[in-house]
Design a protein around this ligand. Structure first.
Ligand code: BG6
Length: 491
């Protein structure tokens, strides 16, 4: 059900997200014929630039960041002709009346009212102002056609998220609000649902009777870079755990939804968050480890310490690494620990989920048996592997772990769509399955609030330092015990 007519508005037209992600994604959707046959992109920002200069700047972004490489000159010209730069201050009413005039002119020419998408690629302080103006100007008032897309951070804690939810829900219907978490657009993340619920091999084993523990790792090679100003008041718990890692946890732990349909899937995910154990302060320090990177070397390049990064306080206690042990108090997961970790300036980039199964209850071999592991690699490789014990070829019965492997790069030659492509197309199609619902965001905040509060009360307590280029502080190993031997080795 491809939409025929759409106007797309990006607030934050001169920002990094527009440059690196949004325009390259729209361009790739355009060249793969996924955009509506008639569309127009209005890019709103404060700075004064003309259309031509603005389009040239966007082209640089596409050439550098698009998964399909440098843009094709003719296709880019066709695409860029549909981009209009709208200069305006987000705080001023005139900005929105100018925008309204432009959108109406475009729709009048087509003699129909198409889909309107409004993407908030802006700092959080502008969300309410823009939402209010869209509402006052009646720019986004048809609930079947008009949508807003809101980027994280969605609030800085439970109270602010609730306030923002209330604010938006007074102005738009829930089905008009798309809270984007780009992890949900990643190809392998979407495949987890297919893998779990379209096969009957694993689902019967997907519980505490057969699963020993689960590890979810999002290791990043990148530092905070130029985002020190934002990051220093945020930290890894707010930046990564509250959203991306808890989303992965939900997908791994959820029950089979009634149907492949937005509300059923989101209900199933919320059930996981509602059953996640909430810690008291003492439990926080036993179950959660935080770290901050010191200087070191990543990929052969020297890296400075976090406290020396631009716009970071020299005595900052902000965490750049978190490892946490969570429990889901449900019949399915009772007693199964979920270990989550994420950090910046780590040895390698790797987003991997490892599901470790229990050992066979009856042992007939002399050799030590390595428990079965199901390994889901989300990035940079896309791969599903199953580690099993097998007989080493030869005259004796000797066992060793072996691996069954499915690698995307061997199975598919075409380059895979970027997360933003999948998600932007979903918004145009009115498909909300891969977006977070407001109550889900609040439940995710409920899970992390005790941790935030405990750390805020004792900012230095148990804050570990780790060398850049390592796998994080050694203290992170302690939370595995007595459940698991070690963190899964990422490679
Ligand atoms: C963003 C975080 O949401 O996700 C960044 O704000 C982080 O700090 C990024 O680097 C990671 O995304 P990806 O797709 O590179 O794994």
């Amino acid at each position: 059900k491809q939409v025929a007519l759409a106007s797309i508005t990006i607030f934050g037209a001169k920002g990094d997200l527009t440059y690196r992600k949004l325009i390259p994604a729209f361009y790739n959707l355009f060249i793969s014929h996924h955009l509506p046959s008639t569309f127009s992109i209005f890019c709103v920002d404060f700075l004064a630039v003309d259309d031509a200069g603005y389009r040239d700047w966007l082209l640089e972004g596409v050439n550098e960041f698009s998964r399909t490489g440098r843009a094709d000159a003719q296709k880019w010209t066709e695409f860029a002709a549909r981009i209009t730069y709208v200069q305006g201050d987000f705080m001023k009413k005139e900005t929105y009346s100018t925008l309204k005039g432009q959108i109406q002119k475009f729709e009048d020419k087509q003699q129909q009212r198409g889909v309107r998408m409004f993407y908030f690629a802006v700092a959080p302080r502008f969300i309410e102002v823009i939402a209010d103006a869209l509402c006052n100007q009646k720019l986004c008032n048809r609930d079947t056609l008009d949508r807003i897309v809101v980027e994280k951070p969605f609030g800085t804690d439970l109270d602010s998220a609730r306030k923002l939810n209330r604010y938006l829900s007074k102005r738009f219907k829930e089905k008009q609000i798309y809270h984007i978490d780009h992890y949900l657009g990643k190809e392998m993340v979407q495949n987890i649902l297919a893998f779990r619920f379209a096969n009957h091999v694993f689902e019967p084993l997907w519980n505490n009777q057969y699963i020993d523990h689960i590890q979810i790792s999002v290791a990043e090679e990148v530092s905070v870079g130029r985002r020190g100003g934002y990051y220093d008041s945020s930290g890894a718990l707010r930046d990564m755990i509250q959203n991306h890692l808890l989303q992965l946890l939900c997908i791994i732990a959820m029950d089979c939804p009634k149907a492949y349909e937005a509300e059923a899937i989101r209900d199933a995910k919320i059930k996981v968050l509602k059953s996640t154990r909430i810690y008291n302060t003492e439990q926080v320090f036993k179950n959660v480890v935080r770290g901050q990177y010191a200087a070191g070397v990543v990929g052969g390049q020297p890296r400075r310490a976090y406290r020396e990064e631009e716009q970071v306080k020299p005595d900052s206690t902000t965490e750049t690494f978190v490892a946490a042990r969570f429990f889901i108090d449900s019949e399915r997961w009772k007693g199964v620990p979920f270990f989550l970790r994420t950090g910046k300036n780590m040895a390698k980039q790797s987003t991997t989920i490892m599901i470790q199964f229990k050992e066979s209850p009856h042992k007939i071999f002399k050799d030590d048996i390595t428990p079965n592991q199901l390994i889901i690699s989300i990035q940079p490789e896309l791969e599903i592997g199953l580690l099993f014990e097998g007989k080493v070829p030869g005259l004796h019965m000797k066992l060793l772990p072996m691996e069954m492997d499915f690698m995307y790069k061997d199975a598919y030659i075409e380059s895979l769509p970027e997360a933003y492509e999948a998600l932007l197309l979903d918004v145009l199609d009115g498909e909300a399955t891969q977006f977070m619902r407001a109550d889900q965001i609040e439940w995710a905040w409920k899970v992390v609030m005790p941790i935030l509060n405990a750390w805020e009360k004792s900012p230095k307590k148990q804050l570990q330092s780790y060398e850049s280029g390592s796998w994080g502080p050694t203290a992170a190993n302690a939370i595995l015990k007595p459940f698991a031997k070690e963190w899964f080795r990422l490679n």
